[in-house]
Unconditional design. Structure first.
Ligand SMILES: Cc1cc2nc3c(=O)[nH]c(=O)nc-3n(C[C@H](O)[C@H](O)[C@H](O)COP(=O)(O)OP(=O)(O)OC[C@H]3O[C@@H](n4cnc5c(N)ncnc54)[C@H](O)[C@@H]3O)c2cc1C
Length: 231
């Protein structure tokens, strides 16, 4: 209902670079220098984006908020899709390899004729593969060759890398609870001066972090809080 009433005002490709909440209004500046004024602002950028400092705040965010941003984990994550012209893996997914802990049989249950394995890699291993750029495909093919007697490289057709750590406005997979995280998700979810609000999966305090559901719920939570604070 609310989305329908604001959809015409949605601006794409307009990254926010600065948020100034020192005055009565919150002023957001986007990359081309245009500014927007509002009573409240809701920030849903991933915790990995917040860690980079790509959005500057005036005044600086409180120390507790900065601490929360740093304590919630969010590391590299990527999927590498490998298309082959023969089903040398015999239709089953492979679990427990070294470079990618899993190679899903992405063709499973599909009507199409494409034969695709999907490597799903997170954390340090994703960082290593990410640094290799397109060489990541060769690395995975070598691993599969070692397991399947060289059949991967000889039947390889095409590959696609989806590397979320290289996406400037995502910068990783999804948040995780690092050791000793305590209540840092709640601290991240707290508004600053009741005007700068935070949502997104990392702020989910009901256990639904890492998920679309958690992200949506957090958006609703903050929307209602903002509404309440202006009534
Ligand atoms: C491989 C993979 C598989 C997954 N599988 C599942 C699954 O099966 N089920 C599930 O529920 N979840 C899954 N997830 C997690 C899910 O995708 C995320 O939890 C969810 O998308 C997070 O939503 P969000 O709104 O918090 O953040 P995002 O989706 O990252 O949205 C944040 C938005 O903020 C924008 N933004 C960032 N910086 C700025 C800026 N400076 N100015 C303006 N805009 C900015 C970004 O462009 C983006 O549109 C998966 C994630 C990955 C990586």
């Amino acid at each position: 209902m609310v989305a329908a009433s604001v959809i015409d005002d949605v601006m794409l490709n307009s990254p926010v670079t600065q948020i100034n909440y020192s005055g009565e209004k919150v002023i957001a500046t986007i990359a081309n220098g245009d500014t927007f004024e509002a009573d409240r602002i809701l920030i849903t950028a991933s915790v990995a984006v917040l860690k980079t400092g790509g959005i500057s705040f005036t005044p600086a965010l409180p120390q507790a908020k900065l601490q929360a941003i740093q304590s919630i984990g969010m590391d590299a994550g990527m999927k590498i899709l490998l298309k082959f012209n023969q089903n040398f893996w015999n239709g089953t997914s492979l679990i427990g390899a070294e470079n990618s802990p899993v190679y899903w049989n992405a063709s499973y249950g599909k009507n199409g004729s494409d034969l695709v394995l999907s490597a799903f890699v997170m954390g340090e291993k994703a960082e290593t593969l990410s640094a290799l750029d397109q060489g990541a495909i060769t690395q995975l093919l070598s691993e599969l060759d070692a397991i399947y007697n060289g059949q991967a490289t000889s039947s390889f057709v095409d590959g696609l890398i989806q590397d979320w750590s290289q996406e400037p406005y995502i910068r990783g997979a999804y948040s995780y609870s690092s050791l000793g995280i305590g209540n840092q998700r709640s601290v991240l979810a707290e508004s600053v001066n009741n005007r700068v609000h935070f949502a997104g999966e990392a702020t989910a305090t009901n256990g639904h972090f890492q998920t679309v559901q958690g992200a949506l719920e957090s958006g609703e939570r903050e929307f209602l809080a903002m509404l309440e604070s202006v009534q």
